[in-house]
Design a protein. Structure first.
Length: 316
């Protein structure tokens, strides 16, 4: 399954270790769907400082907010999601108001395991019914697994009731063929270790969910030939002996840096191929054009890269 298949999914959940580019991938997928004319939502989950406004625009509020043609964003705040869930679940609105304004009840809800996750997943379920495509930027690896496994726990512990019913609906959504989970990684040993572990944890905790595959972000594809690598080794020895000018030494250092990045990418791809039974796609490391503070430009570059991959796959 490649990028083209991922773009056919109605609901895509994106997770991975913090800092690997989850939000960038989620935003890029949202852009591609919107450009194809699909009513698309890209959602963050209960974050204090939303990242999507910096890359797609909008205010980062709870309600879906249009930021471009066919494209909306939102931040699924759990207390607002709780209000929606209570409105749908409790038939007497007076009781809803009492719950929402009772400090003791609020403390109880804050401390009760699974409540936050249940109402957030219920909100995702509701949003998936309103849009053609929904891309969710989930929390980082461990927190994402904890959230997604709550419906299983609720189904096991609760024989009946609204939480059990909503958990069943969420599990059905996670098991739909049109739902997939994309994992984002970097060509770094610790990140690859966590990605391999995450695949196993997801399979064990949420067997219904179909992991689509892994996106290796900031990859450095091979660009140096064997002869060039051997030349770099000889030049490195010359630098160490002091036989190269300062400018030459700087050039050698740049070449060695690039060679190291390419080797790290090769090791990561080999490890993922050997230990993860999922497709692995790559997003190449961006140059100066996509630097810090240019999030919207980076997202558009990533979107173009994904589109090219999808077109290549379709042409095979």
């Amino acid at each position: 399954m490649g990028v083209a298949e991922l773009l056919d999914k109605k609901l895509v959940l994106v997770t991975g270790k913090g800092g690997v580019g989850k939000t960038t991938l989620a935003a890029a997928l949202g852009l591609l769907h919107a450009e194809a004319g699909r009513r698309t939502l890209v959602a963050e989950v209960d974050v204090l400082h939303p990242s999507l406004p910096a890359v797609l625009g909008g205010s980062g509020g709870y309600e879906p907010e249009p930021v471009a043609r066919h494209l909306s964003t939102c931040n699924i705040l759990w207390r607002r999601a709780l209000e929606d869930w209570l409105d749908e679940t409790v038939p007497v609105q007076r009781l809803v108001r009492l719950v929402l304004h009772n400090r003791i009840v609020q403390l109880f809800l804050d401390a009760t395991p699974g409540v936050r996750e249940t109402v957030i997943l219920a909100r995702i379920h509701s949003l998936a019914e309103r849009f053609d495509r929904v891309v969710v930027d989930l929390p980082a690896s461990g927190h994402a697994v904890s959230m997604l496994r709550v419906p299983h726990i609720a189904r096991t512990l609760l024989p009946s009731g609204p939480i059990r019913e909503r958990s069943e609906a969420v599990l059905a959504l996670l098991g739909e063929p049109d739902t997939a989970c994309a994992l984002v990684a970097l060509p770094e040993e610790m990140v690859v270790n966590e990605t391999v572990e995450l695949v196993g944890r997801l399979a064990e905790a949420i067997p219904e969910l179909r992991p689509w595959g892994v996106v290796l972000n900031r990859a450095s594809p091979p660009s140096l030939s064997d002869d060039e690598r051997r030349l770099l080794d000889r030049l490195r020895a010359a630098v160490e002996e002091g036989g190269v000018s300062a400018a030459g030494a700087e050039l050698v250092a740049a070449g060695r840096w690039e060679a190291g990045l390419e080797e790290a990418t090769r090791r990561a791809l080999d490890r993922l191929a050997a230990e993860v039974d999922l497709p692995v796609s790559t997003l190449v490391r961006l140059g100066a054009e996509g630097g810090w503070g240019e999030g919207d430009r980076v997202v558009r570059q990533v979107a173009r890269s994904l589109r090219r991959q999808a077109l290549r796959e379709a042409a095979r």
